[in-house]
Ligand binder design. Structure first.
Ligand code: DLZ
Length: 208
């Protein structure tokens, strides 16, 4: 029997063309991260988000996601002139976001201040993959990261999409990135996160 899970489509047509979206992703469990990132970026583009309006920042692990999301939001708000390099210096932008991306990082041109977005981001997508081990580490990080990401979006008013897989096994993580090892490859949740980002960013512009 088909699963009843998953988001129902919105009745509004999603138009990402005016939106600026930041993706902050961790590098732990890279195989899964790469697939999620590729799915996210492909779906953002499908919704019309321009290459030059997508900014990607990597951090070591999921525990680092909240601070990076917070800095990316506040950095884009004060962006202009001299502060841009300091605040967004680790980012690379737009055109070379074809997946799989981190392995091609050496070939990625350094970002230029000129190509930094001149407007604040409309949404941030936080992507991480936590896989349970034999200690309590997983529980602590899942709990703190989810609460911190929620706090950032409520405090800043910028939607922060929760793209953190909290998997009990490797297979659970692979299936949620659409690269499962079984008969069904599963579904790439990055696509849903991209759609959620475009929808929430559009709502957020109207609510402002
Ligand atoms: C240390 C650690 C472990 C054991 N597992 C994961 C994981 O499954 N997923 C993930 O994103 N990060 C993991 N980390 C790294 C922490 O998130 C963090 O980067 C370090 O504890 C340094 O703060």
């Amino acid at each position: 029997m088909a699963s009843i899970k998953g988001p129902a489509p919105t009745s509004n047509k999603l138009d990402g063309s005016p939106l600026r979206i930041a993706i902050v992703h961790s590098r732990w469990n890279k195989t899964v991260i790469d697939a999620l990132l590729a799915g996210t970026i492909a779906k953002l583009k499908e919704h019309g988000v321009k290459d030059s309006h997508i900014v990607v920042q990597s951090v070591p692990g999921s525990f680092e996601l909240p601070l990076a999301c917070s800095k990316v939001i506040t950095g884009s708000r004060v962006q202009a002139g001299a502060s841009a390099t300091d605040l967004l210096g680790g980012l690379y932008i737009g055109t070379s976001l074809n997946s799989p991306r981190p392995s091609s990082r050496a070939a990625t041109p350094a970002p230029t201040v000129a190509s930094m977005p001149s407007q604040p981001f409309d949404a941030v997508i936080a992507i991480g993959v936590l896989i349970k081990g034999s200690t309590m580490h997983f529980e602590y990080i899942c709990d703190s990261v989810s609460h911190a990401l929620m706090r950032i979006q409520l405090d800043t008013g910028i939607p922060v999409i929760f793209g953190v897989l909290t998997a009990l096994t490797d297979d659970q993580a692979l299936e949620r990135a659409g690269i499962g090892r079984g008969e069904s490859k599963g579904h790439n949740h990055g696509e849903d996160w991209a759609s959620a980002a475009v929808e929430m960013a559009s709502h957020s512009r109207r609510w402002a």
